[in-house]
Design a protein around this ligand. Sequence first.
Ligand SMILES: [Zn+2]
Length: 57
Amino acid sequence: MAKKKWARIIVGLQCKECNATNYQTMLNKTNTGKLELQKYCKKEKKHTKHVSKEKLK
Ligand SMILES: [Zn+2]
């Protein structure tokens, strides 16, 4: 595997409805717009919109 020089950050994907952070994903630093995805929320047991949330460590 070739190492890539792009800095990557880990962001959380937060449910818009109950604010639970259900997922984590990696983004390139150059690519950090607001990300909105339809994801399954474990708490609500349904698909909801999840928004990327930065500053996750
Ligand atoms: Zn939820």
